[in-house]
Write a protein that binds this ligand. Sequence first.
Ligand code: HAM
Length: 441
Amino acid sequence: MADLLSTKPYKGTRDFYPPEMRSREWMFSVMSKTAESYGFERYDAPLLEPIDIYLAKTSEEIVKQQIYAFTDRGERRVAIRPEMTPTVARLVAARAKETPRPIRWYSIPNLWRYEQPGKGRLREHWQLNCDIFGAQNEFLADAEILQLAVSLLRSYGADSRHFRLFLSHRELLNAVFAKLLNLPNEKFAPVARIMDKKAKISVDEYRALLHAEGLDDRAVAVLDSFLQDGITFLDKNSHLAGAQYILSMIKFCRELGLADYIEYDPSVVRGFDYYTGLVFEVFDRHPNNRRSLFGGGRYDNLTSAFIKEKINAVGFGMGDVTLEDFLRVHGLYKEFPRKTEIYVALFDEEDIRLAALKLAGELRSYGFSVETALSSGKLGKQFEEAGKKEIPLVLVLGSDELAAGQVQVKDMRTGEQTRLPLNHLADKLRQLVAEKTNIPE
Ligand code: HAM
């Protein structure tokens, strides 16, 4: 006999059985509701894109190491989307003239990256993308995106004890490199990478790496001050590009009531080449899960890969994997019972069975979720099945009940049995079902 195939999903991906799917739908519905409460509209697009849209401008790591790509039968180079940002820029560019601005769009696509799977990192994940294109006042658009990012986690019941949003500005880092450290352009990326590693290596190693990139002791001291002194450094160097922006944004966020949630952090860089202004990253504050939850920023040049017009844009991507870890570690993750509300038992006699099946159909038309037994075995077995499936109400329509114009209702949660008249049954059942709590919307 041939070897049996594995039932495991492909490496770095997840199967979603109904219980996980119910929680996932809840997570997604909170995303949609929150985004829509800010006037965002949902869009979607194909999983496959011509690879060129990623080659123009994205993260080098993604294009060189993480993209799933192939040549199709028509010799086209195709990629499975590793992120949604180039796609949404394509969509906006295609309807740039006719779409009223500012454009506020969101999506919840599945994305693929060839990663080494680990905590919070998989090969397939779903990512809420919220982006604003073409705002006249870019500062207000940035602030709205930050506000929405905070609102999202708050919609799951989280507050400032659980997370923090750290922001910075791409131009500030560039100005520090160019004006204060006198670094040539080609040194920006390697020095940023060393900064990124700082927390994970010893002070001596950190200094040695910076020296190797040509930074002398004075430059290292300036960099230290930039990283450590926070707002004080900005106040002293407010002439630098991006510095005024950060000072104003922090002040504005405070006025919006977000002081407990939003801070300036010079070490926020973000991995994509397309960011041009604001960059931010949301971090979990739990000691067991101190990691980045999601991030985003301003990118003003992406539409110009498709059309002549540059349309300014700002947005973020929030992944479902990191979100689920966050919700679990803080006790905010929710699980839900099955949605079926009513189980209709069946008898062998054909006319009675037919009457029960018709009753089931009628109740469905009233909006109930109704399962029927797919057997007409012993009633006890049917009750057992309904019990195992945690269906709250079982209806029995036998010949006696039918003759009396009634139906027997067993509440599986309490064991109580009652007879209800078939007239106005839906209203009575609605009351009974309402006692069932925790159904995801
Ligand atoms: P990103 O930082 O690559 O940004 O991804 C955003 C979020 O998606 C991450 O913070 C994380 O929650 C989740 N994520 C990314 N990769 C994985 C993975 N391999 N496994 C699990 N979760 C993952 C972007 O993708 C930008 N395009 C976001 C954006 C939208 N910027 C502006 N608009």
